[in-house]
Design a protein around this ligand. Structure first.
Ligand code: NAD
Length: 443
């Protein structure tokens, strides 16, 4: 079967490369000509483990192709996935202009039956909106079905998430579309992946409810962490014990600098917006967002308090992407924290294994370094903001030799406080007691 993906970003390219691996013929379309040209030359425009190899494999096998041509993408495919961006507007509502744009193009170019499935995260009602736009744009009536097939992959482990998902959600009122979409995912049937087949509204809601719930878990444990700091408790032990309760689960209970990236915040905000429009307020999701924004500010305060002010100080900032194993710096907590510190007169020597280019563009004052140790040279403290594996086992002797003052502020609770303090380093983390003497503390 021939399918097309409109929008070849993180979701679109992973979807295309994985479906090609399933044996389908896939056309990935994007309006960004430079991106398409890069892809046809074998360059994946962002970092995602394993994606360059899978893309090259599909391309060389002739199952995966790239184009800027809407007509070609629409005309050749039986199933068209919409995977364009749906960023937040200032009021929290998702900007659906790209979805509307591709829907118009689908309507103008289709000449035979299609299943049009949204993979982009879109609010309830969007499938109906897509159906209306396509119908409006058709010059003569051609049959088609719309479906919602939300994507749950996580950047950094996207291929595995696509190939071995916890579930596949298909929302449509057409039996024909259901059968076609199930056929695409047949390899996942073989590994007994649960399929949720439902109506479009429910499928659209599943994605938002899932992301808002994950965001809530993170904000909840961060709130608990902040309380732990006031009462001398250890949030890591609290979270571990909570997570052993099967009703709660251990995932997304890591206290830290809060969530970031292009999805959780955007989707929680969109759910709040949908709620207010539908006359059913979502105060929990709204508060989750507030707690997350405050958590970033708390991290700035933590750094400021530890160093007794940051003006004139130098910080080695390790980790800039919103999470490890991606170069994506969209709404990255590390960058929000960095921007605050720079405004307060701090110098920041920064390093990230993959996110340097995007980070230095987004926050111009950063001094880009070659590696973690280069960043530490002459710094007053190390701040660990994103827990890349490279930062999990730093050479502590080398670190103390490079730093001006031996201070580590671990915003991801990667290290054992006593072990760091045993190396003569003052250690501060999130929701756990500090360890070692603070060189900035007056005697
Ligand atoms: N990134 C994730 O981890 C993730 C996970 C699940 C769901 N989602 C959702 O998937 C959607 C896409 O996210 P993403 O991170 O892949 O975005 P992205 O910004 O990486 O990619 C979007 C792509 O769409 C292209 N595009 C925009 N308008 C277009 C148009 N009119 N015609 C053709 N191409 C167009 C852009 O050039 C870009 O390449 C969003 O709705 C997002 O919420 C993202």
């Amino acid at each position: 079967m021939h399918i097309s993906i409109l929008g070849t970003g993180y979701v679109g390219l992973v979807t295309g490369a994985c479906f090609a691996e399933f044996g389908l013929t896939v056309t990935c379309m994007d309006m960004d000509a430079a991106r398409v040209e890069q892809l046809t030359k074998g360059h994946v425009p962002f970092y995602e483990p394993g994606l360059a190899e899978l893309t090259t494999k599909g391309y060389k096998a002739g199952r995966l192709s790239f184009t800027t041509d809407f007509h070609h993408a629409v005309d050749t495919a039986t199933v068209i996935f919409i995977a364009v961006g749906t960023p937040s507007r200032p009021d929290g509502s998702p900007d659906l202009s790209s979805v509307d744009g591709v829907a118009r193009s689908i309507g103008q170019h289709m000449t035979g039956y299609k299943v049009v499935a949204t993979k982009s995260t879109v609010p309830v009602g969007t499938a109906t909106r897509v159906r209306d736009i396509i119908t409006e744009q058709q010059t003569k009536p051609v049959a088609f079905d719309v479906a919602s097939n939300p994507e749950f992959l996580r950047e950094g482990s996207a291929i595995n998430d696509f190939m071995r998902p916890d579930r596949v959600v298909i929302g449509t009122d057409s039996e024909r579309a259901t059968a076609i979409l199930k056929e695409l995912y047949r390899p996942l049937y073989l590994i007994e992946t649960p399929f949720i087949v439902t109506n479009v509204q429910t499928a659209e809601m599943i994605k938002y409810a899932s992301n808002a719930f994950l965001a809530t878990k993170i904000s909840f444990i961060n709130e608990v962490a902040n309380l732990c700091e006031c009462v001398n408790a250890d949030v890591q032990t609290v979270a571990k014990a909570m997570g052993l309760d099967k009703r709660i689960g251990a995932k997304f209970l890591h206290a830290g600098a809060g969530y970031g990236g292009s999805c959780l915040g955007k989707d929680a905000a969109a759910l709040v917006h949908t709620g207010s429009h539908a006359g059913s307020a979502m105060p929990l999701a709204a508060t989750t967002q507030q707690v997350n924004a405050q958590q970033r500010i708390r991290m700035v305060e933590k750094i400021r308090d530890t160093l007794h002010g940051v003006q004139g100080k130098t910080i080695a900032l390790l980790g800039l992407s919103f999470k490890p194993n991606t170069d994506d710096v969209r709404d990255a907590p590390a960058l929000v924290i960095a921007a605050h510190l720079l405004r307060e007169g701090c110098t920041i020597r920064a390093y990230d294994p993959e996110g340097m280019e995007g980070a230095c563009k987004a926050v111009p004052g950063l001094i880009g370094c070659n590696d973690a140790y280069d960043a530490m040279k002459g710094a007053d403290a190390v701040v660990l903001a994103t827990e890349w594996n490279q930062f999990r086992n730093l050479d502590l002797a080398r670190m103390t030799a490079l730093l001006r003052t031996p201070v580590m502020i671990d915003l991801r609770n990667v290290y054992d406080p006593e072990r760091i303090a045993a190396h003569g380093i003052h250690y501060v983390s999130v929701g756990r007691p500090a360890a070692g003497a603070n060189p900035f503390q007056p005697p």
